[in-house]
Design a protein around this ligand. Structure first.
Ligand SMILES: Nc1nc2c(ncn2[C@@H]2O[C@H](COP(=O)(O)OP(=O)(O)O[C@H]3O[C@H](CO)[C@@H](O)[C@H](O)[C@@H]3O)[C@@H](O)[C@H]2O)c(=O)[nH]1
Ligand SMILES: [Mg+2]
Length: 246
Protein backbone atom coordinates (compact mmCIF):
# COMPACT_ATOMS: atom_id res chain seq x y z
CA UNK A 1 0.00 0.00 0.00
CA UNK A 2 2.76 2.37 1.10
CA UNK A 3 4.85 1.34 -1.90
CA UNK A 4 1.97 2.06 -4.28
CA UNK A 5 1.55 5.47 -2.71
CA UNK A 6 5.26 6.15 -3.14
CA UNK A 7 5.16 5.07 -6.80
CA UNK A 8 2.29 7.43 -7.45
CA UNK A 9 4.12 10.34 -5.83
CA UNK A 10 7.28 9.61 -7.79
CA UNK A 11 5.46 9.50 -11.15
CA UNK A 12 6.50 12.19 -13.63
CA UNK A 13 3.94 14.73 -14.65
CA UNK A 14 3.56 16.13 -18.16
CA UNK A 15 2.16 19.55 -19.04
CA UNK A 16 0.85 19.69 -22.60
CA UNK A 17 0.71 23.25 -23.90
CA UNK A 18 -1.69 23.78 -26.80
CA UNK A 19 -1.87 27.30 -28.27
CA UNK A 20 -5.13 28.18 -29.97
CA UNK A 21 -6.47 30.88 -32.20
CA UNK A 22 -9.83 30.05 -33.77
CA UNK A 23 -9.70 26.31 -33.09
CA UNK A 24 -13.31 25.79 -32.02
CA UNK A 25 -13.74 22.87 -34.40
CA UNK A 26 -10.51 21.13 -33.41
CA UNK A 27 -9.97 21.56 -29.70
CA UNK A 28 -12.42 18.96 -28.41
CA UNK A 29 -10.99 16.31 -30.71
CA UNK A 30 -7.36 16.95 -29.80
CA UNK A 31 -8.26 16.86 -26.11
CA UNK A 32 -10.14 13.59 -26.62
CA UNK A 33 -7.17 12.06 -28.45
CA UNK A 34 -4.72 13.09 -25.73
CA UNK A 35 -6.91 11.53 -23.03
CA UNK A 36 -7.41 8.41 -25.11
CA UNK A 37 -3.72 7.97 -25.80
CA UNK A 38 -2.16 8.93 -22.48
CA UNK A 39 -4.11 6.63 -20.22
CA UNK A 40 -1.25 5.69 -17.91
CA UNK A 41 0.43 9.06 -17.72
CA UNK A 42 -0.09 11.91 -15.30
CA UNK A 43 -0.72 15.00 -17.41
CA UNK A 44 -2.51 18.31 -17.67
CA UNK A 45 -3.47 20.18 -20.84
CA UNK A 46 -2.94 23.93 -20.89
CA UNK A 47 -4.83 25.70 -23.67
CA UNK A 48 -3.51 29.18 -24.34
CA UNK A 49 -6.17 31.01 -26.28
CA UNK A 50 -5.77 34.53 -27.63
CA UNK A 51 -9.36 35.74 -27.40
CA UNK A 52 -10.41 33.68 -30.44
CA UNK A 53 -13.43 35.32 -32.07
CA UNK A 54 -14.85 31.89 -32.97
CA UNK A 55 -15.51 31.10 -29.29
CA UNK A 56 -12.77 28.53 -28.73
CA UNK A 57 -12.73 29.46 -25.05
CA UNK A 58 -16.40 28.49 -24.61
CA UNK A 59 -15.57 25.00 -25.85
CA UNK A 60 -12.56 24.80 -23.54
CA UNK A 61 -14.79 25.72 -20.59
CA UNK A 62 -17.17 22.90 -21.55
CA UNK A 63 -14.22 20.54 -21.71
CA UNK A 64 -13.17 21.67 -18.22
CA UNK A 65 -16.62 20.63 -17.00
CA UNK A 66 -16.18 17.20 -18.53
CA UNK A 67 -12.54 16.42 -17.70
CA UNK A 68 -11.97 18.69 -14.68
CA UNK A 69 -10.29 22.06 -14.24
CA UNK A 70 -7.21 20.36 -12.85
CA UNK A 71 -6.73 18.43 -16.11
CA UNK A 72 -7.64 21.21 -18.58
CA UNK A 73 -6.35 24.67 -17.77
CA UNK A 74 -7.25 27.73 -19.75
CA UNK A 75 -4.68 30.47 -20.18
CA UNK A 76 -6.84 33.17 -21.72
CA UNK A 77 -5.24 36.22 -23.28
CA UNK A 78 -7.18 39.21 -24.54
CA UNK A 79 -6.06 39.23 -28.17
CA UNK A 80 -3.77 37.57 -30.70
CA UNK A 81 -0.31 38.04 -29.20
CA UNK A 82 1.70 35.46 -31.16
CA UNK A 83 2.70 31.83 -30.94
CA UNK A 84 6.02 32.31 -29.12
CA UNK A 85 4.55 34.32 -26.27
CA UNK A 86 1.68 31.81 -26.04
CA UNK A 87 4.17 29.09 -25.00
CA UNK A 88 5.71 31.43 -22.43
CA UNK A 89 2.24 32.12 -21.06
CA UNK A 90 1.40 28.40 -20.98
CA UNK A 91 4.56 27.58 -19.09
CA UNK A 92 3.51 29.93 -16.28
CA UNK A 93 0.48 27.67 -15.65
CA UNK A 94 2.41 24.39 -16.01
CA UNK A 95 3.05 22.18 -13.01
CA UNK A 96 4.67 19.23 -14.82
CA UNK A 97 8.30 18.13 -14.75
CA UNK A 98 8.13 17.71 -18.52
CA UNK A 99 6.42 19.86 -21.11
CA UNK A 100 4.99 18.86 -24.48
CA UNK A 101 4.07 21.54 -27.00
CA UNK A 102 1.74 20.69 -29.86
CA UNK A 103 -0.69 22.34 -32.27
CA UNK A 104 -4.44 22.19 -31.71
CA UNK A 105 -5.44 21.42 -35.29
CA UNK A 106 -4.61 17.67 -35.35
CA UNK A 107 -1.51 18.19 -37.49
CA UNK A 108 0.46 16.48 -34.75
CA UNK A 109 -0.46 13.05 -33.52
CA UNK A 110 0.06 12.62 -29.82
CA UNK A 111 1.46 9.11 -30.28
CA UNK A 112 4.60 10.46 -31.97
CA UNK A 113 5.91 12.13 -28.84
CA UNK A 114 4.13 10.41 -26.10
CA UNK A 115 5.19 6.91 -26.96
CA UNK A 116 7.26 4.98 -24.50
CA UNK A 117 10.59 5.61 -26.24
CA UNK A 118 10.26 9.39 -26.35
CA UNK A 119 9.16 9.63 -22.76
CA UNK A 120 11.94 7.34 -21.60
CA UNK A 121 14.51 9.33 -23.56
CA UNK A 122 13.57 12.66 -22.08
CA UNK A 123 13.32 11.22 -18.59
CA UNK A 124 16.80 9.74 -18.83
CA UNK A 125 19.37 11.31 -21.14
CA UNK A 126 17.75 13.77 -23.57
CA UNK A 127 16.83 17.34 -22.69
CA UNK A 128 14.56 17.80 -25.69
CA UNK A 129 12.88 15.32 -28.02
CA UNK A 130 11.81 17.14 -31.15
CA UNK A 131 9.58 15.94 -33.98
CA UNK A 132 11.15 16.13 -37.41
CA UNK A 133 9.54 15.93 -40.81
CA UNK A 134 12.85 15.95 -42.61
CA UNK A 135 14.42 12.57 -41.90
CA UNK A 136 13.59 9.08 -43.14
CA UNK A 137 10.23 8.06 -41.72
CA UNK A 138 8.98 11.64 -41.38
CA UNK A 139 7.01 13.75 -43.83
CA UNK A 140 4.23 16.17 -44.62
CA UNK A 141 0.75 15.44 -45.95
CA UNK A 142 -1.64 17.91 -47.48
CA UNK A 143 0.47 20.99 -48.07
CA UNK A 144 0.57 22.63 -51.49
CA UNK A 145 3.88 23.11 -53.29
CA UNK A 146 4.31 26.69 -52.11
CA UNK A 147 3.94 25.76 -48.45
CA UNK A 148 6.31 22.83 -48.85
CA UNK A 149 8.91 25.06 -50.47
CA UNK A 150 8.50 27.72 -47.77
CA UNK A 151 9.07 25.20 -45.00
CA UNK A 152 11.96 23.47 -46.74
CA UNK A 153 13.52 26.80 -47.72
CA UNK A 154 13.27 28.11 -44.16
CA UNK A 155 14.98 24.99 -42.88
CA UNK A 156 17.73 24.85 -45.50
CA UNK A 157 18.53 28.52 -44.92
CA UNK A 158 18.74 28.11 -41.17
CA UNK A 159 20.80 24.90 -41.47
CA UNK A 160 23.26 26.57 -43.81
CA UNK A 161 23.69 29.70 -41.71
CA UNK A 162 23.43 28.38 -38.18
CA UNK A 163 24.47 24.69 -38.16
CA UNK A 164 22.35 23.76 -35.16
CA UNK A 165 22.56 20.00 -35.72
CA UNK A 166 18.77 19.54 -35.90
CA UNK A 167 17.00 18.61 -39.14
CA UNK A 168 13.65 20.36 -38.58
CA UNK A 169 14.02 23.77 -36.99
CA UNK A 170 10.57 25.12 -37.65
CA UNK A 171 8.51 22.18 -36.44
CA UNK A 172 6.56 22.71 -33.26
CA UNK A 173 5.95 19.28 -31.80
CA UNK A 174 8.42 19.00 -28.96
CA UNK A 175 8.97 17.42 -25.59
CA UNK A 176 11.13 19.34 -23.10
CA UNK A 177 12.51 18.78 -19.66
CA UNK A 178 10.81 21.60 -17.84
CA UNK A 179 14.04 23.03 -16.42
CA UNK A 180 15.53 23.11 -19.93
CA UNK A 181 12.50 24.84 -21.38
CA UNK A 182 12.60 27.46 -18.63
CA UNK A 183 16.28 28.07 -19.17
CA UNK A 184 16.05 28.39 -22.96
CA UNK A 185 12.77 30.28 -23.10
CA UNK A 186 14.17 33.06 -20.94
CA UNK A 187 16.84 33.83 -23.49
CA UNK A 188 14.41 33.99 -26.44
CA UNK A 189 13.20 37.27 -27.89
CA UNK A 190 10.89 36.07 -30.72
CA UNK A 191 7.13 36.48 -30.50
CA UNK A 192 5.75 34.61 -33.52
CA UNK A 193 6.41 31.38 -35.42
CA UNK A 194 10.16 32.08 -35.56
CA UNK A 195 10.19 31.22 -31.86
CA UNK A 196 10.44 27.48 -32.70
CA UNK A 197 13.66 28.05 -34.58
CA UNK A 198 15.12 30.37 -31.95
CA UNK A 199 14.34 27.89 -29.16
CA UNK A 200 16.06 24.94 -30.78
CA UNK A 201 19.07 26.96 -31.94
CA UNK A 202 19.59 28.44 -28.47
CA UNK A 203 19.15 25.02 -26.85
CA UNK A 204 21.73 23.57 -29.20
CA UNK A 205 24.17 26.42 -28.51
CA UNK A 206 23.76 25.86 -24.78
CA UNK A 207 24.82 22.26 -25.32
CA UNK A 208 21.56 20.54 -24.44
CA UNK A 209 21.13 17.01 -25.75
CA UNK A 210 18.45 17.08 -28.46
CA UNK A 211 16.95 13.86 -29.81
CA UNK A 212 14.85 13.75 -32.99
CA UNK A 213 11.90 11.51 -33.76
CA UNK A 214 10.39 11.32 -37.26
CA UNK A 215 6.85 12.68 -37.46
CA UNK A 216 4.32 13.01 -40.23
CA UNK A 217 2.70 16.43 -40.21
CA UNK A 218 -0.85 16.23 -41.55
CA UNK A 219 -2.39 19.50 -42.72
CA UNK A 220 -5.49 20.59 -40.89
CA UNK A 221 -9.01 19.74 -42.09
CA UNK A 222 -10.90 22.44 -40.16
CA UNK A 223 -10.00 26.12 -40.07
CA UNK A 224 -6.97 27.71 -41.64
CA UNK A 225 -3.29 28.32 -40.95
CA UNK A 226 -2.35 31.58 -39.24
CA UNK A 227 1.04 31.69 -40.89
CA UNK A 228 1.19 34.84 -43.02
CA UNK A 229 3.73 36.89 -44.95
CA UNK A 230 4.61 38.93 -41.87
CA UNK A 231 5.68 35.74 -40.07
CA UNK A 232 8.05 34.93 -42.93
CA UNK A 233 9.60 38.40 -42.68
CA UNK A 234 9.96 37.90 -38.90
CA UNK A 235 11.61 34.55 -39.54
CA UNK A 236 14.23 36.12 -41.80
CA UNK A 237 14.90 38.86 -39.26
CA UNK A 238 15.20 36.25 -36.52
CA UNK A 239 17.68 34.29 -38.61
CA UNK A 240 19.93 37.31 -39.02
CA UNK A 241 19.61 38.13 -35.33
CA UNK A 242 20.67 34.62 -34.32
CA UNK A 243 23.51 34.67 -36.82
CA UNK A 244 24.87 37.84 -35.27
CA UNK A 245 24.20 37.06 -31.61
CA UNK A 246 24.89 33.34 -31.16
N1 LIG B 1 -2.54 31.46 -28.74
C1 LIG B 1 -2.15 31.56 -30.01
N2 LIG B 1 -2.13 30.46 -30.80
C2 LIG B 1 -1.75 30.61 -32.08
C3 LIG B 1 -1.36 31.84 -32.64
N3 LIG B 1 -1.02 31.63 -33.95
C4 LIG B 1 -1.23 30.32 -34.18
N4 LIG B 1 -1.67 29.70 -33.07
C5 LIG B 1 -1.95 28.27 -32.87
O1 LIG B 1 -0.75 27.58 -33.14
C6 LIG B 1 -0.99 26.33 -33.75
C7 LIG B 1 -0.27 26.29 -35.11
O2 LIG B 1 -0.83 27.29 -35.96
P1 LIG B 1 -1.21 27.01 -37.50
O3 LIG B 1 -1.69 28.28 -38.06
O4 LIG B 1 -2.05 25.82 -37.64
O5 LIG B 1 0.25 26.72 -38.07
P2 LIG B 1 0.64 25.94 -39.38
O6 LIG B 1 0.56 26.85 -40.53
O7 LIG B 1 -0.06 24.66 -39.45
O8 LIG B 1 2.17 25.73 -39.04
C8 LIG B 1 2.64 24.62 -38.38
O9 LIG B 1 3.82 24.27 -38.96
C9 LIG B 1 4.89 25.19 -38.80
C10 LIG B 1 6.10 24.60 -39.41
O10 LIG B 1 6.02 24.53 -40.73
C11 LIG B 1 5.21 25.43 -37.38
O11 LIG B 1 6.22 26.41 -37.24
C12 LIG B 1 4.01 25.85 -36.69
O12 LIG B 1 4.28 25.95 -35.32
C13 LIG B 1 2.92 24.85 -36.93
O13 LIG B 1 3.26 23.61 -36.34
C14 LIG B 1 -2.51 26.20 -33.87
O14 LIG B 1 -2.96 25.46 -32.78
C15 LIG B 1 -2.97 27.67 -33.82
O15 LIG B 1 -4.30 27.80 -33.37
C16 LIG B 1 -1.36 32.99 -31.78
O16 LIG B 1 -1.03 34.11 -32.16
N5 LIG B 1 -1.76 32.78 -30.49
MG1 LIG C 1 -1.66 24.02 -38.49
Amino acid sequence: MEQKQHQREARSKYSIIVPTYNERLNIALIVYLVFKHLKDIDFEIIVVDDGSPDGTQEIVKQLQNVYGEDRILLGARPRKLGLGTAYIHGLKHASGDFVVIMDADLSHHVSAHCDFDSLKQVETDASIVTGTRYVKGGGVHGWNLMRKLTSRGANVLAQTLLWPGVSDLTGSFRLYKRSVLEDVINSCVSKGYVFQMEMIVRASRKGYHIEEVPITFVDRVYGSSKLGGSEIVEYLKGLVYLLVTT
